[in-house]
Design a protein around this ligand. Structure first.
Ligand code: FUB
Length: 328
């Protein structure tokens, strides 16, 4: 299905609800891997039960002025042997002449895990591996393939995403997050194996520091990590961007090492309509773009979101100009 030509700040497609866009340039086009929100009415809760997605559709655009194509269903939960429900924010990567779709879902015990599926085309369909990635947990995988061809998966999300339940290395159903003055929980990172199907090592926690070198605290809700990590490289530095959750911002931190520690820098995107905010950053034809979502298409329903994009600008010192998504 083809949309009308896309415009910055407007939904890429309107025939389905979409969220959590992971954008990549494959074969000279922009491919977007979003969540596919269902048109169901739910009250919102902190466990995220309202996000009851079942499948993925891949979108693509020839460029930033053409129509957006919905390539149809690329993977459904019923075809993933280990998964039971909630196909949340996915990402994709290309390596070994293969396209990989990484996705979180609850397993048969209701624990979020991360799975991988393979395809010959960036538009899918994707064939899932029979088991989730051993040692994986929580949500929001984002895979960054570095210039040396090493691939890293960043992941993790609080509350419904269960990250705080893994502080001991084992799933503790009743575990709570750290107190407000304690170091905040960071996202996890693990290098992927050459075949992209397993972790090469146990996931490590990423530390995010303030400008004085102190770890951000859990009470620092304007800056601490909540969910939705994304990593891109600019002028040789790694930029880790993420959602602050409760304060609804997309912020970023920078490091010379893909595993950090990262130093907090600032805000990329101010709050959007709807509770969640989730993004990706991609370079295309010499410009940088932010892909994000809001709930404008549904008039504000948290679980019925729409994917959008806008240009992203760096200042001379490598910082990113803050974007107000509704600035005219
Ligand atoms: O779409 C479900 C969840 O909402 C995602 O995994 C989070 O990042 C948030 O956008």
């Amino acid at each position: 299905m083809l949309s009308k030509p896309v415009k910055p700040g407007e939904p890429l497609v309107t025939h389905i609800y979409t969220a959590d866009p992971s954008a990549h340039v494959f074969d000279g086009k922009i491919y977007i891997y979003p969540s596919h929100d269902l048109d169901r009415d739910h009250a919102s809760n902190d466990n995220g039960d309202q996000y009851d997605m079942e499948d993925y559709h891949v979108l693509s655009m020839e460029d930033t002025e053409s129509a957006c194509i919905d390539h149809g269903e690329a993977l459904h939960v019923k075809n993933v042997p280990w998964a039971s429900k909630q196909m949340w924010a996915p990402d994709a990567a290309y390596k070994n002449d293969t396209y990989y779709l990484f996705f979180p879902a609850r397993d048969q015990e209701d624990i979020f895990r991360i799975g991988v599926a393979k395809g010959d085309s960036p538009a899918g369909p994707f064939l899932p591996e029979p088991q989730y990635i051993p040692g994986s947990f929580s949500i929001d995988p984002a895979v960054f393939v570095d210039e040396d061809n090493r691939a890293y998966m960043y992941f993790g999300g609080l509350w419904g995403g269960q990250l705080e339940k893994w502080q001991t290395g084992k799933f503790m159903a009743d575990a709570e997050g750290p107190g407000p003055d304690e170091p905040a929980l960071g996202p996890r990172v693990a290098e992927l194996s050459e075949d992209m199907l397993t972790f090469r090592e146990a996931p490590e926690e990423i530390i995010i520091l303030d400008e004085q070198g102190n770890p951000l605290t859990a009470g620092d809700e304007d800056r601490r990590y909540f969910e939705g990590p994304w990593v891109h490289k600019y002028r040789g530095l790694y930029y880790l961007s993420y959602s602050t959750g409760t304060t609804h911002k997309i912020v970023y931190a920078v490091s010379a090492d893909p595993k950090g520690p990262f130093v907090f820098k600032g805000t990329i995107l101010t709050p959007v309509i709807g509770w969640t905010t989730h993004h990706s950053i991609v370079q295309f034809q010499g410009k940088w773009y932010l892909f994000y979502h809001d709930s404008s298409l549904s008039g504000g329903a948290d679980n019925k979101r729409c994917v959008k994009f806008t240009e992203l600008e760096y200042l001379e010192d490598g910082t990113i100009r803050t974007i107000d998504p509704y600035d005219k």
